[in-house]
Design a protein around this ligand. Structure first.
Ligand SMILES: Nc1ncnc2c1ncn2[C@@H]1O[C@H](COP(=O)(O)OP(=O)(O)O)[C@@H](O)[C@H]1O
Ligand SMILES: [Mg+2]
Length: 232
């Protein structure tokens, strides 16, 4: 749904969202969230607090019982396990699948290489996907979202299955995409790895189906640690 004049220019406005998987057990209740500008925005929260449900609602994979989701952007999800979203045998064929149908066939090869280069997989169009590392697969999944012209990336613990080096590569890639001067992306990233919060433009805590206010990653980490500022 496009944003109303009130929310002109905001990448995402979530207002008064209610959702329940089971009757009488609300997962989200009057959940509100605004992303003020493009950038990398992170959500943390305990298991079952509703983070994945919220991302699926924003992606349009679920319908809310009540409330609105306003965005002028084109959302796409990136899941924890890239094997669940890479469908074709090679890097190139997988990206082709996501390209807009309006792209002239003569431009497909160039666009595929452009996308691979953007995520650090240049020259790998014919590479079988099963030969990629976990981090490379995750970067290919991100390229797939970009192939489909997504500019609101919804990342649900995208580094949870990765080794530390691949984890850093993926965070750095998303951070760079969110800071590119021409058409910076907006990313909403769920994590439970607190070290990732140092890369975000803002972080918020989700508890029992509600999102708290944005704060700096460092401040949120300080509040979460037992020795922190008593934020619990
Ligand atoms: N597919 C599902 N079917 C039924 N209940 C679900 C489903 N997905 C999540 N839930 C429930 O919704 C609540 C929130 O889950 P979730 O959004 O996955 O939280 P988080 O991502 O923060 O761990 C939990 O109580 C969970 O059991
Ligand atoms: Mg989850």
């Amino acid at each position: 749904m496009p944003a109303s004049p009130d929310h002109d220019g905001l990448p995402l406005v979530v207002d008064g969202l209610d959702f329940a998987w089971a009757p009488d057990r609300p997962t989200l209740h009057n959940c509100c969230l605004q992303i003020p500008r493009p950038g990398l925005w992170m959500l943390v929260g305990s298991n079952g607090s509703g983070k994945s449900t919220l991302l699926r609602l924003i992606a349009g994979l679920l319908q809310p019982k009540r409330g609105t989701i306003l965005t002028p952007l084109h959302p796409a999800m990136v899941f924890q396990n890239p094997d669940h979203q890479l469908l074709m045998p090679t890097c190139g064929s997988d990206l082709q699948l996501g390209l807009p149908e309006t792209l002239p066939p003569s431009q497909v090869e160039r666009r595929v290489e452009e996308l691979l280069t953007l995520v650090g997989l240049q020259g790998m169009a014919t590479r079988p996907i099963h030969t990629l590392s976990g981090g490379q697969k995750q970067r290919l999944a991100i390229a797939g979202a970009l192939a489909a012209e997504a500019n609101l990336l919804l990342l649900d613990e995208p580094t949870a299955l990765l080794d530390p080096d691949s984890q850093r590569d993926v965070v750095a890639l998303i951070r760079d995409l969110c800071r590119q001067p021409k058409a910076p992306l907006t990313a909403l990233w769920i994590t439970h790895r607190l070290e990732e919060l140092s890369h975000c433009d803002g972080a918020a805590r989700m508890e029992r189906g509600k999102v708290g206010p944005w704060q700096s990653g460092a401040k949120l980490v300080a509040n979460l640690l037992p020795t922190g500022g008593g934020g619990g």
